[in-house]
Each structure stands twice: as C-alpha cells, then as structure tokens.
Design a protein around this ligand. Structure first.
Ligand code: DX5
Ligand code: ZN
Length: 215
C-alpha cells in the first residue's frame, strides 16, 4: 500500500488551514523545514508546525533540511511532529546518532534523508533502527523541479538494503513526483511518495492525489 504525502511547500501559506484540509484524502502531510544554510531557502519553523498540529490530525512527516538537526529534534517533536527526517549530509555521524536518540526519547518515528548525490549505502550504519529512509530525486530547497530519473537505481539499491536489513522500514521518494514518475519510483521500490506541485497545482486536488496511488 502506497502512502501519499502532499508537501505544503506548494500550499498558499495565507490559507494554510484550508490547504491542509484540501489534502485530507492523502495519508500523511509533508512539512519541509529549511534553514537557509543546509539549503538556500528558508521556509517553516517550529511555531508553524505547532499551529499545523492544532488544525489537523494527519500524520505530520517533517523533513528537516537544516544544519546540525540534533539541536531542534526536541522542539519539533514537542511541536507535534510524528516523524522527523534528518539529512545524512547535515552533520557528522555521531551527531546524526544523537538526533536519532533524541527522536527515540521523544517517541517520534525516525528517518534519514539523502541528497541526490549521496550513496544509498550510507544508510547502512543506521538502517536497523530506522522507520523510514528518504531519497531525494531533486536537489533539496525548492518545489517544482524535475524528477531525476538517474536516481531510480539508487531507489532500487535502497529497497534491496531495506529488504535485507529492516523490511518494515518505509522508503520515501521526494522531488518531482507526478503520476508518471510515481509509477517509476514505486516500481523501483518506494512506498511513500511526497508531492508538492503535482498536488497543489492541480485543479482537482483529490483527483490528483488518487492519480498518484499507482501501487
Ligand atoms: C524540496 C522538498 C520537497 C518539495 C517537493 O526540497 O523537500 O518536499 O516540496 O516538491 P515537488 O513535488 O513540487 O517536487
Ligand atoms: Zn521534502
């Protein structure tokens, strides 16, 4: 069963509650947190996640594109995140472990995220304890970019590692997902799909969400 996680990066921030309700037929809500350091853009912070938590019961999948994410795990967990993803490129391995420990202490689900350039085998030291791996199929920072088809082999490799080491671990793909790339990502082994522009750019949002349920 494929989970669809609309990214509110493509929502209208003046009407965030309305735009969250518009995607209620999806499974998760994907929240892109950017700090202007790890990526060139600045987006959503802790107070916004806190407000979102008050207006929806949807599962909050919070993608941290920030440097030294261990500093903010407690805060995002207390704000109401259900799952936190930290980028493996955002700090040294001991600090990534600290971030995972902090997630565990707060009872949130644990994920690591990989930029397009990062080798999928980099997940191995953490895989046994993860709830999800996030593979980026665009350079993190902005919505509306094109899916990098060259990353399909990386999704396949991550799927093989997950099946071997921790089959319950989810495999999320984020960036450039639309009905045709969704099919490619799912065939390669993804089971959680993030989509921003393909959902919020559609005239009929529930239909756009259904069109992504390719698996
Ligand atoms: C990009 C974000 C994505 C983004 C996806 O850095 O992590 O979640 O919102 O947007 P689309 O689906 O438009 O590529
Ligand atoms: Zn994202």
């Amino acid at each position: 069963m494929i989970k669809i996680a609309p990214s509110i990066l493509s929502a209208d921030f003046c009407n965030l509650e309305r735009d969250i309700q518009r995607v209620s037929s999806a499974d998760w809500l994907h929240v892109d947190v950017m700090d202007g350091m790890f990526v060139p853009n600045i987006t959503i912070g802790v107070p916004v996640v806190q407000s979102i938590r008050k207006c929806t019961d949807m599962f909050l999948d919070v993608h941290l594109m920030i440097e030294k994410p261990w500093r903010y795990i407690d805060a995002f967990a207390k704000a109401g995140a259900d799952l936190l993803s930290v980028h493996l490129e955002s700090d040294l391995p001991p600090a990534i472990r600290d971030a995972l420990r902090a997630m565990e202490a707060n009872g949130v689900r644990k994920a690591v995220a990989l930029r397009p350039i990062t080798d999928p085998d980099a997940i191995l030291p953490y895989l046994e304890e993860l709830d999800m791996v996030l593979i980026m199929t665009v350079e993190p920072g902005f919505g509306g970019q094109s899916f990098m088809e060259g990353k399909l082999s990386k999704i396949r490799r991550a799927r093989a590692l997950i099946d071997k080491v921790n089959p319950n671990c989810l495999l999320q793909v984020d960036g450039g997902i639309n009905p045709s790339t969704a099919k490619l990502a799912v065939e390669a082994g993804a089971n959680v799909l993030v989509a921003g522009s393909a959902v919020y750019g559609a005239a009929d949002i529930p239909a756009a969400i259904s069109a992504l349920r390719v698996g």
